[in-house]
Design a protein around this ligand. Structure first.
Ligand code: SAM
Length: 278
């Protein structure tokens, strides 16, 4: 019998993929966690039936949520990742030699355990001695840590359940305070086709708190619409005008991110520009 996984990406749109085998399925205190072996995307992590990551396209998202900011800040040493329990973001961060400490705050222990067992390609960075894993609410962590981080990465689920607060004004204010004097943050901020109001609201809020607000994009086939955005709030450095270290970027051994992509990711189509604060 054919088994298909389907995700309701909006109330009126579904994505489906053929499943070879369900490798794991359980319910944590926060969400339903499943690992599927899919024909098209290889192993896939879903939370509450929403695709989080898979072995085929994960590199785009994980490279773009990390390297754009890490190459904008001239000397990032301490980085905080909120969410991102699959480990893909941490794997990319530890490629940077200058990083001294990565604190990874994930609310759900089950996601971390599943990543270690089923996604060694993503969770391999957890073994790096510079990485500390904290199982806690990222909202609480930023409130409790002021002036600590050079960069904060918000690798969250969609704004439902425990992630709702990760899209609030109060949270972005705490992120500002948790950063050092020249720090910056990057958050995944959904699709301009299906979440345009959310992007408008986030960029307006970040713009009211940070001196520099920038939206950029990448293509992630399994996320709604395939066109995905990230929002950066920066206290000092502008990712659009920063002089990039080409040799350092080449050494990252990336599949999507490059110095050219860093620059072009900030070139926005008119319908996306319209979402930004004027
Ligand atoms: N790349 C993914 C996407 O856009 O679909 C996100 C992947 S990652 C698995 C998201 C993680 O954020 C989940 O493991 C979830 O448990 C975690 N998360 C949600 N809310 C959180 C919070 N308040 N604090 C820390 N982690 C949180």
């Amino acid at each position: 019998m054919e088994v298909w996984f389907t995700e309701d990406q909006t109330n009126d749109l579904r994505i489906g993929c053929r499943v070879r085998e369900v490798l794991f399925s359980d319910v944590s205190p926060f969400q339903k966690v499943a690992v599927l072996d899919t024909v098209e995307f290889g192993r896939m992590l879903t939370l509450d039936n929403v695709i989080q990551t898979n072995l085929k396209d994960e590199f785009v998202y994980h490279e773009m949520i990390t390297h754009v900011g890490l190459n904008t800040h001239p000397n990032p040493k301490k980085v905080l990742v909120i969410g991102g329990g699959d480990g893909g973001a941490v794997r990319e961060i530890v490629k940077h030699q200058g990083i001294e400490r990565v604190v990874h705050v994930e609310i759900d222990q089950m996601v971390i355990d599943v990543a270690k067992k089923f996604f060694p390609e993503l969770s391999c960075g957890f073994a790096d001695p510079r990485v500390e894993i904290v199982v806690d609410d990222g909202i609480k962590h930023v409130k409790d840590n002021k002036g600590v981080y050079d960069m904060i990465i918000v690798d969250s689920t969609d704004p439902v359940g425990p992630a709702v607060g990760l899209f609030s004004e109060e949270f972005y204010r705490s992120v500002f305070e948790a950063l050092t004097g020249d720090g910056l943050f990057v958050a995944q901020t959904e699709s301009p086709f299906f979440n345009s109001e959310l992007i408008k609201q986030i960029t307006a809020t970040v713009n009211g708190i940070f001196p520099v607000t920038r939206l950029y994009w990448a293509v992630v086939p399994t996320y709604p619409g395939g066109y995905w955005t990230f929002t950066m709030g920066s206290k000092m450095y502008d990712p659009k005008t920063v002089v990039l270290d080409e040799a350092k970027i080449a050494a990252l051994n990336t599949k999507w991110y490059s110095s050219e992509i860093h620059r072009t990711a900030f070139m926005l189509q008119p319908f996306v520009k319209e979402l930004l604060p004027r």
